[in-house]
Design a protein around this ligand. Structure first.
Ligand SMILES: [Zn+2]
Length: 467
């Protein structure tokens, strides 16, 4: 089906902000993009039109904790205990319902693709479901029903933590995260994605897709949860399938201290030595890094996924965003624990953290922050053909109102040329009016077209898991 839109203002690669842009698509791809068009009989997008946002780091079930964990004072570790309680209650049906509502919230915020860092694999006692990938498939289905693409970052999670004495076994609610060892993890994920090259195998199309809207990726939870001898099967699987590989890195100083005590090196160095770091790898948080760590990350050309709203909520510290970019890492953004779901807030959070840390302004342009939110984020999730409004790319559009209480008046500056700055530094998820994903209308006039009552679904599904 061919579609046309006329965007009042649109951000185009290599051209910046353009006016009166005629955007044409056939099916799920853009076919033509023409600035300065006089077309009038087509669908008009008032405000600023951007490519779809990529949420490169999500744990969907953490959405149930919003507000709950603010009620009493606590630490990262008490927050983690509360999170485990929710994790213990989910099954494939309740996770499908919760994730569908969370992903619908994401699409209302302009997110066209989510990277789901998924480790809730098995039954609470650790036994596999009849389909050992039932929980992962529930997330893929939830994304389909909410209208966005997903990279299911199937996560290897084998140990309960690290302390000065060594590797701790999985315990309590963590039992369901574990596959036993790295090879068993790979065997389970292979059943999700049996042969990325075989077009006849369970719907795969040779592009690494497990459904038209979904692809499989790999994750190593962290050096706390995966002993180094089990990283190799994960790295090998990701390499064989040309799949993204994500890993939490140095979110807390305690992780660095334990890693040094047990392995004698920093977490970055350990991952480097185990061949985890490379151009398809995303390191998530990357908060507490030495200059030697930064050089290893930059030399490995990894993506650095920053999650500023979660990092400030948990008191993690300030990730060295500017040094990471300076050594050659591409920055991406994630809403992680979903303390809020607002990629524009994540984007400005990166710049504001630098300003506070360095007591100076102007580290990242609005354009650089939006690249993290769009093209870099999609690429880090394996969708190299998404994140730009350009012919041949996936037809994802997000229109941000320039007439809301937050953005009114910004259109008049320099004829709209500062609309990117207005969007990144003043707008919020509530200003997203239109969302098109792979050529399909998912949000119109701020209303989800597939999930009729997103707040109601969130309330109902969260109540079910909080009890
Ligand atoms: Zn995370």
């Amino acid at each position: 089906m061919t579609r046309q839109w006329l965007a009042e203002l649109a951000w185009l690669p290599g051209q910046g902000i353009c006016r009166d842009v005629l955007i044409e698509a056939n099916g799920d791809r853009f076919t033509a993009v023409t600035p300065g068009s006089a077309a009038s009989s087509t669908e008009r997008l008032a405000g600023l039109t951007l490519p779809g946002f990529a949420n490169a780091h999500s744990h969907a079930f953490h959405r149930a904790l919003r507000g709950v964990t603010q009620a009493d004072r606590g630490t990262f570790w008490t927050w983690r205990e509360r999170m485990y309680q929710v994790a213990a209650r989910l099954d494939p049906d309740s996770y499908l319902a919760l994730a569908r509502a969370v992903y619908a919230e994401m699409t209302l915020a302009g997110i066209s693709c989510v990277g789901e860092f998924h480790y809730l694999h098995h039954q609470p006692d650790g036994r596999p479901y009849a389909d050992p990938n039932a929980m992962g498939r529930a997330l893929v289905q939830a994304a389909a029903e909410a209208g966005l693409r997903i990279t299911l970052l199937d996560t290897c999670y084998l140990a309960g933590g690290l302390d000065q004495s060594g590797v701790l076994p999985l315990a309590g609610p963590q039992i369901r995260f574990g596959d036993g060892d790295g090879a068993k993890w790979a065997a389970r994920v292979e059943a999700l994605c049996p042969d990325g090259r075989d077009p006849d195998a369970q719907g795969l199309d040779g592009q690494g897709l497990i459904a038209p809207h979904a692809r499989a990726g790999a994750a190593i939870h962290s050096v706390r949860a995966v002993p180094p001898e089990h990283m190799y099967p994960v790295v090998t699987w990701a390499s064989r399938h040309d799949a993204p590989l994500h890993v939490h890195l140095s979110e807390q100083r305690a992780e660095n201290d334990a890693c040094r005590a047990v392995y004698g090196v920093s977490p970055t160095r350990l991952l480097y030595d185990e061949d985890v770091l490379g151009p398809r790898t995303s390191v998530v948080h990357a908060t507490h890094l030495s200059s030697a760590d930064l050089q290893l990350l930059g030399g490995s050309q990894v993506y650095a996924c920053l999650c500023p709203t979660t990092e400030r909520d948990l008191g993690d510290g300030l990730a060295p965003a500017r040094p990471l970019a300076a050594v050659g890492c591409s920055l991406t953004l994630g809403s992680d624990s979903h303390a809020v779901i607002d990629i524009l807030e994540e984007a400005r959070g990166v710049e504001y953290a630098e300003r506070l840390a360095r007591r100076s302004r102007g580290h990242f342009t609005a354009e650089a922050l939006l690249q993290a939110a769009t093209s870099a984020g999609h690429a880090s999730l394996g969708w190299l053909d998404a994140g730009e409004i350009t012919p041949g790319a996936r037809a994802d559009l997000v229109t941000v109102s320039l007439d809301s209480i937050r953005t009114a008046g910004t259109r008049s500056h320099a004829g709209g040329e500062l609309a990117l700055e207005a969007a990144v530094f003043a707008a919020s998820a509530a200003d997203v009016r239109t969302v098109v994903i792979s050529g399909r209308d998912v949000v119109r006039d701020g209303v989800h077209q597939l999930v009729p009552d997103v707040p109601g679904e969130l309330a109902r599904t969260i109540r079910a898991v909080l009890g």
